[in-house]
Design a protein. Structure first.
Length: 582
């Protein structure tokens, strides 16, 4: 079984490299230069052999010395160019892999990120591709030149003395008997190391991104212990890897030393008997070193290759993950139609239904409010409208057509989503308001939407205005300021469908009033769905839907639900201080 997995691993690696379409011209030039460099290197022992056998001062002609020095200089120059080209190819291959991986990560469905921690995914993008890069840029050049050197040296050695060469080749199967099982073990250790590195990266990212929570909860020691576990695990894997490397290098060194002793002893006997000249023996030993040195490089390549195949499996697993359903190229032509939710049911992976056979319609240009206890499926419905997930049953239609018939880009461009969290990216206020737009936005448009969102006043008071840095996740701004930037962003997109998810629930009364006014501006003339806990914000909605445990248990206007729905009436009595009907 391990052998099958290993074969699959190297095939996956080669296939992954081929898909990046490395430059064949550069590869051919690099290989040609490597071959020429090695050929020149193979001629040096032959020159030495003739020099020893025919040594005299008269044999040291100026022409012969110039030829030798020129050959060495050309060899060094060709070797440098070859190594550069191979590194260029390696860097382009890794850039290609990272480009494919980044493009893939952006089109994976939200469900992928529900099931995989962000830190682990980041580790695949950075650490695993770095391992592949290390193999190609640091080891591939040595592997190719080493193979050529070994093959060329063995051919010349057979010509010099085939008996001694056969004796020397006994070391090859012996080395493979040692390297193959150790290589399989290295592959397993490498996969474990990469997995643990991904987990450790995830812990670090989570803790540092929520450092305020850590400090407010006095959780420094708890998180230190969690991180320490990862550090200890990585240390243990590092020791396992060190043990394997500690076995490989000395064993191979011992084999080579024994081989050298045998060659010197047997070669000395052959020289004494006259079957071999002293020059032949020196040349033979020089060729032996031209085999031994690359053998060390091949060992390093073999070890790194085991790591790279493990990393490749992780990269391939991401590249083969199903993307969001975006096959359609159909654009939304007329968004001013009713949105119909028809017998919709949905559950998250391996969970019970969050939404259970719900049906309702939203009229164009009207406001539909969705209220109910926490956990009743309100935000999940918004996720389905955004097509973050696909329902298990039923569908959502715009007019008579299912929304899945439209391209994701066209459908989502119709929607403005303002949530409770108001996600803000690191950068300036300008960057955040214009986020996602490819067109250039002038200052007049920027000021206009900021004013409509009641954000212009606080922005004008900032030293850098629209160019003020907001910090990671907008931590330099207050909750109300973040909300107003999110509303300005929605104004700039000019969506025809508006979804507001608890957009004012976390604000103080003053901020809530300002944001509520901005939302009223934004809702004019748009099809609007509002999730709200505070009934005061949706009391004037054209339609209110009451959700309970994934079902719609009541629908109508505020007055109708107060009369017909007991739980809604209880909510209204508590929040609006209404008097219970007698």
């Amino acid at each position: 079984m391990p052998a099958v997995k290993k074969q699959k691993g190297w095939r996956q690696f080669i296939h992954l490299v081929q898909q990046t379409k490395p430059s064949k011209l550069f590869l051919c030039i690099a290989l040609l230069l490597s071959v020429s460099t090695t050929v020149v290197g193979l001629l040096v022992p032959l020159f030495t052999k003739n020099l020893i056998n025919d040594f005299s001062l008269s044999s040291l002609s100026t022409g012969r010395i110039i030829l030798l020095v020129s050959a060495m200089l050309i060899q060094a120059l060709a070797s440098g160019i070859s190594i550069y080209l191979l590194n260029h190819i390696g860097q382009s291959v890794v850039a290609g892999i990272r480009d494919r991986l980044w493009k893939k990560l952006l089109v994976l469905p939200v469900s992928y990120y529900d099931e995989n921690q962000t830190g682990e995914t980041v580790s695949r993008m950075t650490n695993d591709t770095a391992i592949v890069k290390g193999l190609i840029t640091d080891h591939l050049a040595n592997f190719l030149t080493g193979m050529i050197s070994i093959i060329g040296s063995i051919i010349v050695l057979f010509i010099l003395d085939w008996k001694m060469t056969l004796l020397m080749l006994i070391a090859i199967p012996l080395s493979f008997m040692i390297l193959v099982p150790l290589g399989r073990k290295m592959h397993q250790v490498s996969k474990g190391t990469q997995d643990e590195t991904a987990r450790f990266t995830s812990v670090i990212q989570q803790v540092l991104s929520e450092i305020r929570l850590v400090k407010a909860s006095n959780a420094e020691m708890i998180e230190y212990k969690n991180g320490k576990k990862g550090i200890t695990q990585l240390f243990q894997y590092g020791l396992k890897e060190a043990k394997i490397q500690a076995m490989i290098a000395p064993i191979i060194g011992l084999v080579i030393m024994l081989l050298l002793v045998v060659i010197l002893g047997y070669g000395g006997m052959r020289v004494s008997s006259g079957a071999l000249t002293a020059g032949d023996l020196v040349a033979f030993i020089m060729y032996l070193f031209q085999i031994v040195m690359p053998m060390g490089q091949l060992t390093s390549f073999f070890t790194q290759f085991q790591k790279a195949t493990g990393a490749t499996e992780r990269i391939i697993s991401i590249l083969e993950t199903d993307e969001e359903d975006n096959d359609s190229e159909q654009k939304v032509q007329n968004v001013n139609q009713s949105i119909t939710v028809d017998h919709l049911s949905f559950s998250y992976k391996n969970g019970e239904n969050v939404l259970k056979d719900i049906s309702f319609s939203v009229e164009p240009g009207k406001v539909t409010a969705i209220v109910g206890p926490s956990g009743s499926g309100k935000t999940t419905l918004f996720s389905l409208l955004e097509r973050y997930y696909q329902p298990q049953q039923g569908l959502i239609r715009l007019g008579v057509e299912s929304i899945t018939h439209f391209s994701l880009q066209s459908w989502r461009s119709q929607i403005g989503y303002v949530s409770q969290e108001s996600p803000i990216v690191s950068g300036t206020i300008r960057d955040n308001i214009c986020y996602g737009l490819e067109k250039e936005v002038d200052d007049a448009d920027l000021y206009r939407v900021a004013k409509m969102a009641y954000a212009d006043q606080f922005i004008s008071e900032l030293p850098e205005g629209f160019n003020t840095e907001v910090g990671e996740r907008g931590m330099k701004l207050s909750g109300g300021q973040r909300q107003r930037i999110a509303i300005a962003r929605a104004f700039l997109r000019d969506p025809k469908i508006l979804m507001l998810d608890e957009a004012t629930s976390s604000l103080d009364s003053k901020s809530e009033l300002v944001v509520q006014q901005a939302l009223q501006n934004l809702m004019k003339g748009r099809t609007t769905l509002v999730i709200a806990h505070r009934l005061s914000t949706v009391i004037d909605a054209d339609q209110i839907l009451f959700f309970e445990k994934g079902k719609i248990t009541g629908s109508g206007t505020h007055e109708e639900l107060v009369q017909t729905h007991s739980l809604y009436r209880e909510f209204a009595t508590q929040q609006l201080r209404m008097r219970e009907p007698v």
